[in-house]
Design a protein around this ligand. Structure first.
Ligand SMILES: Cc1ncc(COP(=O)(O)O)c(C=O)c1O
Length: 307
């Protein structure tokens, strides 16, 4: 797809590159860890895949048309993705998110013309979900609510895309797949595809160790609403990562590999490295969900808003 002339920005979603993290191999005992760079998607994150699939499927099913506004709860990346795909396909988008989401995310989303309602930061994304349900219940005819936490098109995007691409990129050498749980779409869809290809492939989930954590995009399942698309029976193991470990790994990869990834991605790589240390041989694939600069405060834009 890359390098070709495309009809729409949404045709550039997917087919992301994968990088071997050579700087970790002294520590991993030679077990290679490959990082799939989902930040190469046009909206800058893994969520472009799910948003495109959900919106295209809803249009095809007649659930989303010109009379309706797409509304959903999102901690940010899905919001950017909905906004980008919605703008590209000519649909209005309204998002609900906790008010403490990074300023950069809010600004990126507004740049696409999307309307935002803020929910209580202390209630996290679960508070946003509750508020969306109230707004939709008040005016059901005005909105199309994809509900990324229960929409099968979310994991389907990863079954058709992420999983198939990983098989194409590393094939039979793959022994382990590691990624964090948010809506769980990436894990559920990719795992289904990988297990069909090689039932021996171990699929390992990453979760924040603490309920109050700084790994934006990941859910602490024990204290969260469980997404309807989540089937824990598909997982071979679950690893818990502390905020500091995830953050330190983002700094380390930026300096050692030129890869500046977000904090959930840092947690993914940290977990993959712990796993690599515990096995004699194999090949691990994990996901860079987004880029680190999404978490910077954008000074130029903030200065502009002050005028
Ligand atoms: C930065 C980041 N990491 C990880 C995830 C988790 O991905 P998924 O929702 O597919 O479980 C998300 C989802 O929003 C995210 O934004």
């Amino acid at each position: 797809m890359r390098g070709l002339r495309l009809d729409s920005i949404i045709d550039s979603v997917g087919n992301t590159p994968m990088i071997r993290l050579r700087s970790l191999e002294a520590e991993s005992g030679g077990v290679p860890i490959f990082l799939k760079l989902e930040y190469c998607n046009p909206g800058g994150s893994v969520k472009d895949r799910a948003a495109r699939q959900m919106i295209v499927d809803a249009i095809e099913a007649g659930e989303l048309d010109a009379t309706k506004t797409l509304i959903d709860a999102t901690s940010g990346n899905t919001g950017v993705a909905y906004s980008l795909v919605g703008a590209a396909l000519g649909h209005r988008v309204h998002l609900v998110m906790p008010s403490n989401v990074s300023q950069a995310r809010k600004d990126i989303i507004k740049a696409f013309g999307t309307e935002i309602t803020f929910s209580d930061p202390m209630e996290g994304t679960d508070g946003s979900i509750g508020l969306v349900r109230e707004i939709v219940a008040d005016a059901p005819d005005r909105f199309y609510y994809p509900d990324q936490y229960s929409n099968p098109s979310n994991p389907l995007a990863h079954y058709l895309g992420t999983g198939a691409e990983i098989i194409e990129q590393v094939g039979p050498r793959l022994t382990h797949f590691v990624t964090g749980l948010g809506t769980t779409g990436t894990m559920m869809g990719t795992t289904r595809r990988l297990k069909e290809y090689g039932p021996h492939i171990q699929c390992i989930a990453v979760e924040p160790r603490e309920a109050l954590h700084g790994l934006e995009g990941l859910k602490h399942m024990e204290s969260s609403l469980i997404p309807a698309i989540f089937d824990p029976g598909r997982l071979d193991a679950r690893m818990h990562v502390g905020t500091e470990d995830g953050w330190d790994m983002t700094d380390r990869l930026a300096a050692a590999e030129g890869l500046h990834i977000g904090h959930s991605s840092g947690a993914n790589v940290y977990a993959a490295l712990q796993l690599a240390k515990s096995i004699d041989e194999g090949l691990i694939v994990t996901i860079a969900c987004d880029r680190g600069d999404r978490y910077f405060a954008p000074r130029k834009w903030e200065a502009h808003y002050e005028w």
